[in-house]
Design a protein around this ligand. Structure first.
Ligand SMILES: Nc1ncnc2c1ncn2[C@@H]1O[C@H](COP(=O)(O)OP(=O)(O)OP(=O)(O)O)[C@@H](O)[C@H]1O
Ligand SMILES: [Mg+2]
Length: 259
């Protein structure tokens, strides 16, 4: 299948990386071959997966700056049988380095297309911005998964993201893709407060069928797992957070069956 999903929302701290890492490990535990692509200079997905950044010969930045093939950069996360294209701080300098580069919006797309056939899913953990790096991710993607935190101002900035998606769709003619919305994922629901339920209702009114049935609860195991370099699905498999990401993975698989 080789479906490329960008996990994106330019709002910071909404659960993009947590979702990327745990959806990747859950899909892998369901027998799927998964590549996780970290294109955030914060390199959180790389860290959350327990990769020691200091020892890397290449990182994802080398795709953009030095034409290194993705297959020469990929590392394997043994604890969860997920492949990863790791990131490091170098990515922070890319925006300026790419200014004069031709076809700069298609660099990631061209690179991932060469290895797409090796995977069932490629998940791209996007940074909290709509700059050239995120544009590369959206251009490479078949669909975008939008995490929305069940908190005050949850919908802030989503119009901007939807406008960007429409812009990408018009430009994707060049690489024969049409970006769709895979789904909107409600994250970090605190069941003790009303605001979370108000956000759920607001998001469902706006996005309707596009909202995943699975809602990710706020769960302490989810926030602790990264400090052990493990997805919560490995760190605490029976926790509510882990079970909810497993349920999300099943939903993604059902939605893609026969496609
Ligand atoms: N379900 C959850 N329960 C508890 N804590 C969570 C949950 N999901 C995410 N967190 C915590 O919230 C913080 C932000 O999550 P995360 O890093 O996934 O967001 P992000 O959207 O990737 O952030 P950024 O925009 O900086 O890349 C992290 O400390 C993470 O551990
Ligand atoms: Mg992140």
């Amino acid at each position: 299948m080789g479906k490329i999903l960008a996990i994106s929302n330019q709002k910071g701290g909404v659960g993009k990386t947590t979702t990327s890492v745990n959806l990747a490990s859950s899909l892998a535990s369901l027998g799927k071959k998964v590549l996780l692509v970290d294109i955030d200079h914060q390199a959180n997905a790389t860290t959350y997966m327990g990769i020691n950044r200091a020892n890397l010969k290449y990182t994802v930045a080398d795709i953009f700056l030095n034409d290194i093939e993705a297959k020469d950069i990929i590392e394997n996360v043994k604890s969860v049988s997920v492949d990863i294209l790791p990131a490091r701080f170098e990515l922070a300098t890319i925006e300026t380095s790419l200014i004069s580069k031709e076809n700069k919006e298609f660099i990631l797309s061209n690179s991932l297309d060469k290895i797409k056939g090796d995977y069932d899913f490629i998940l791209i953990d996007c940074p909290p911005s709509l700059g050239i790096i995120t544009i590369n991710a959206l251009m490479a993607a078949d669909a975008v998964l939008i995490p929305v935190q069940c908190e005050f101002l949850a919908m802030d900035g989503l119009t901007q993201l939807l406008n960007t998606i429409r812009l990408i769709q018009t430009k994707q003619r060049h690489n024969k893709k049409t970006l769709t919305i895979e789904g909107v994922l409600l994250t970090m629901l605190d069941t003790r407060s009303n605001i979370g339920y108000e956000v759920i209702s607001e998001v469902k009114t706006y996005f309707g069928e596009k909202v995943f049935h699975t809602i990710i609860p706020r769960n302490v195991k989810v926030s602790v797992a990264p400090s052990y370099g493990l997805p919560v699905t490995e760190f605490s498999p029976k926790s509510k957070g882990s079970l909810s990401y497993h349920s999300l993975a099943k939903e993604v698989l059902e939605n893609n069956e026969g496609k």
